[in-house]
Design a protein around this ligand. Structure first.
Ligand SMILES: Cc1cc2nc3c(=O)[nH]c(=O)nc-3n(C[C@H](O)[C@H](O)[C@H](O)COP(=O)(O)OP(=O)(O)OC[C@H]3O[C@@H](n4cnc5c(N)ncnc54)[C@H](O)[C@@H]3O)c2cc1C
Length: 369
């Protein structure tokens, strides 16, 4: 089994296949030194199958990957008054925030990742009785397998090759993310108490609560705290200086002045939201304009491509990218890996396994997309 992409879905699949003794090769375009720097909410419904498959103890797992040792999630509050208005997990008990880098390291345990392998092409192979696939990499290597898994994320090369007409839709939502590093002593005496032992809180502000400012701790050490904040709201009809759906990839760091004006107009906000929305402080942050992409491919189309002699299957964001707001994309990615490994272990690495996998997984994806 050739797995292209060593993100959450690719690593979950690799670990799950390894636990069942199914041979695989796992490739990633990036060098090993690249460090994912965000945190994400994990839910028990997606974690339990993974931890059961890997025979890992939930409490030990959480202690290894959780932000600040607990990953406790705060609630949704009115950022103007500080009054609680809801639960940040949709009421799911046991959900917590994981540091994305530590999660990757945990998932990588015992798995060989061939870094610096960027997939650029695919070909049908004839060596195996059921056909097979040849993966071609930018570094000139070609590798043959009986099945290829596209686990290469929202901008998937595998999807672009196999489903050339599928393009992610860009949603009418304004999203800006800022990353801020604060010395630990300053955090403890200033912002820290307003997190009330939580690592992630969501504040509703302005425009009848339609604007949202979330603040999370990505990582914490004795020296420093890495914070991440996200400002989002529905795009306005007509001219909206903050909604730039056609911007190029290289323009994500170009921040319109309208953002500073809008952040100023949100206040006066309660801590810690006031500190992240303060334009004077926010101007020093590493800010990106995020486009919310969504990918939906019908089960029939997926199954048709999986049935050929050179079977290819998509998992994770490659198959079903979704906006970040419900905190589900990574959870689906982890579960996809476990369920695909299940199907391969039971039906072999061919089209039968892929049909079984898609029958099980696509209804789950549909709900979230
Ligand atoms: C800031 C942020 C916050 C998020 N918060 C949450 C959350 O709270 N909860 C949640 O469930 N989800 C969350 N998500 C979404 C989640 O991170 C993604 O859904 C998840 O990472 C998707 O996993 P994946 O394996 O499909 O893709 P990725 O994890 O993106 O991995 C894809 C991998 O493929 C590699 N790759 C790409 N192209 C090629 C190629 N041509 N050849 C070889 N390798 C290639 C990439 O280098 C990458 O390592 C968040 C995402 C972001 C960005």
């Amino acid at each position: 089994v050739l797995i292209v992409g060593a993100g959450l879905s690719g690593l979950s699949l690799a670990r799950s296949l390894a636990s069942r003794g199914v041979p695989f090769k796992l490739f990633d375009a990036w060098p090993e030194s690249r460090r994912p720097g965000y945190s994400l909410t994990l839910h028990p419904a997606s974690l339990s199958p993974l931890l059961e498959t890997l025979r890992a103890e939930p409490a030990t797992f959480r202690a290894s990957v959780a932000v600040a040792g607990t990953g406790n999630l705060g609630g949704i509050v009115d950022a103007l008054t500080g009054e609680p208005v809801g639960s940040a997990t949709g009421g799911v008990p046991g959900s917590f925030r994981a540091n994305r880098f530590r999660l990757r390291e945990w998932l990588r345990e015992g798995v060989e990742v061939r870094f610096d392998h960027k997939l650029v092409g695919l070909e049908a192979a004839g060596r195996f009785t059921s056909g097979g696939v040849i993966a071609k990499f930018e570094n000139g290597e070609s590798v043959e397998g009986c099945l290829l898994v596209g686990a290469d994320g929202v901008h998937s090369t595998v999807r672009n090759i196999v489903f050339p007409t599928v393009r992610p839709s860009i949603l009418s939502t304004v999203v800006y993310n800022g990353q801020r590093r604060i010395p630990r002593p300053g955090f403890d005496s200033n912002l820290g108490p307003h997190f009330y032992s939580h690592t992630y809180i969501i504040g509703l502000c302005g425009r009848g609560g339609a604007s949202v400012l979330s603040v999370g701790i990505n990582d914490i050490s004795a020296e420093r705290v890495d914070l991440s904040w996200t400002y989002s709201r529905p795009a306005q009809e007509g001219d909206d200086a903050l909604h730039r759906p056609t911007r190029g990839i290289g323009e994500a760091r170009e921040i319109p002045n309208a953002l500073w004006e809008e952040l100023s107009a949100l206040g006066p906000l309660r801590p810690p939201f006031d500190a992240v929305a303060d334009p004077e402080l926010a101007r020093g942050d590493r800010i990106n304009h995020w486009l919310m992409r969504s990918v939906r491919i019908s089960r029939e189309e997926l199954a048709e491509r999986a049935a050929g002699n050179a079977p290819v299957v998509l998992v994770g964001d490659a198959a079903h990218a979704m906006p970040i707001f419900r905190g589900e994309g990574g959870n689906h990615a982890l579960l996809d890996g476990v369920e695909l490994a299940d199907a391969i272990a039971q039906h072999g690495a061919g089209s039968d396994a892929l049909r079984v996998f898609y029958e099980r997984a696509t209804p789950r994806w549909e709900v979230s997309i």
